[in-house]
Design a protein around this ligand. Structure first.
Ligand code: SF4
Length: 337
């Protein structure tokens, strides 16, 4: 599913009215909104001049959503980018996401506004250690298949048989011919998949620091006080947290579920940016945040995005052989899902 945004041009006052609905209005003063408004105008002008599209991940800052042409999860955005006729993609997300956009759009210039926007999960595996582990495990399990979550570098994707997302991971594992699967790098997603397949899942020792720090006790405390809320949790959370969820969903799955559900109050168990998006897009419903901020996602600011478009920085480049092998793993996922 893609989220194409029909952007209305808001005045400064409308922008303030819109952003101050969030639970941290202290950050969105009228003065700040005036500055944001100026930056939005300039980004829109530069997007036209550069023939650029701006993609924003669900965890981005609310003011970044204002200039986004598409909002979604990383893979939706990368696929969306291949369907639009533009020269430049500005990826407001983290490094592996911009790489994925480049893998699928080699002829386009892909910009990441701030190179410090990394990812603890993607950093937990590199291509050399994966190649070593694969070799060792294939001596024990000759049929071993390697499935890498999209939250990995291009080099790791290139070492993998196929990629997966949090929403198609079970389906991908089930449709592979291999009985033994090395699943990298998220141990929590691996455990979630293992619960739903008879195949043997061998997990990598990695996790997303944002989701891994959310505890069962925190969720149980909210449920005790607010027993009527629907709990939506991301599969990167620990298994004992997922046990308390009404639905285990990807970020885009949560958006769809919350908008379509008859329920009106939700506890959103993932990064805080998604709760902000839901608060702004479904104002008639109530969203509680059992979430943490991702420091990497929040590296991307409107100012950095503006500078990125102004001087065309920071361009993502990949060795062509790595790009092609990574693309093969991604295309195999599309074919299987
Ligand atoms: S939320 Fe977790 S997986 Fe996503 S970018 Fe941040 S550290 Fe990486």
């Amino acid at each position: 599913m893609h989220f194409a945004i029909e952007k209305q041009e808001r005045t400064t006052a409308e922008l303030y009215g819109h952003l101050s609905r969030l639970e941290h209005p202290v950050h969105y003063t009228p003065e700040r909104c005036e500055r944001i408004h100026e930056q939005i105008q300039e980004i829109r002008r530069l997007k036209k001049e550069r023939n650029a599209v701006l993609l924003a991940h669900n965890y981005q800052r609310p003011e970044v959503f204002e200039v986004a042409d598409f909002i979604g999860d990383s893979l939706e955005l990368a696929r969306q980018a291949s369907e639009v006729e533009v020269d430049v993609i500005v990826f407001c997300g983290v490094h592996f996401m911009a790489e994925t956009a480049k893998i699928l759009n080699p002829e386009k210039t892909v910009l990441l506004p701030d190179l410090r926007a990394g990812c603890s999960l993607a950093d937990s595996v590199n291509a050399d250690s994966l190649a070593d582990r694969k070799e060792a495990l294939r001596k024990l399990y000759p049929d071993l298949g390697v499935v890498s979550y999209v939250n990995t570098t291009a080099e790791v994707k290139a070492e993998s048989d196929v990629c997966c997302t949090s929403s198609n991971a079970v389906k991908i594992v089930e449709r592979l011919p291999h009985r033994h699967i090395l699943f990298v790098p998220d141990e929590n997603l691996a455990a979630y998949v293992q619960q739903q397949t008879d195949k043997t899942i061998i997990s990598w020792d990695g996790n997303c620091y944002v989701h891994h720090q959310i505890t069962r006790d925190q969720i149980a405390a909210v449920k005790k006080n607010l027993p009527h809320v629907k709990v939506l949790a991301h599969p990167e959370c620990r298994a004992d947290v997922l046990e308390l969820a009404d639905a285990v969903l990807s970020t885009s799955g949560m958006v769809q579920y919350a908008k379509q559900s008859d329920a009106s109050e939700f506890l959103i168990v993932t990064e805080c940016g998604l709760s902000d998006r839901l608060l702004l897009e479904a104002p008639e419903k109530k969203f509680y945040k059992a979430c943490k901020l991702c420091q990497y996602m929040k590296m991307i600011t409107l100012e950095a995005t503006l500078q990125s478009l102004r001087v065309m920085r920071h361009e993502i480049t990949l060795p062509e052989d790595v790009r092609q092998r990574a693309e093969k793993a991604l295309r195999k996922m599309f074919a299987l899902s």
